[in-house]
Design a protein. Structure first.
Length: 75
């Protein structure tokens, strides 16, 4: 059985592109359709929840730096 590669080499630009693409997909799938049935709605909502969860996990893996000297101005 093949094994998954657990070492990824992605640049910051790659991560930004992935996050932006995920946001566009979420926005495209978020609005409910008028003729949407119950199962289709549940599948769409599940997809949107999973996509938001993925964005959260990507965010949690980021390392944010603060300056060691001087005043930190957050924003």
């Amino acid at each position: 059985m093949p094994q998954y590669n657990d070492l990824f080499e992605l640049s910051v630009e790659d991560m930004d592109l992935i996050e932006e693409a995920m946001r566009h997909v979420i926005a495209a799938r978020s609005p409910a359709q008028e003729d949407e049935g119950g199962e289709a709605r549940e599948a769409r909502e599940k997809f949107v929840r999973n996509a938001h969860d993925l964005l959260g996990r990507l965010h949690d893996q980021k390392i944010f730096y603060r300056p060691k000297t001087g005043v930190y101005v957050g924003g």
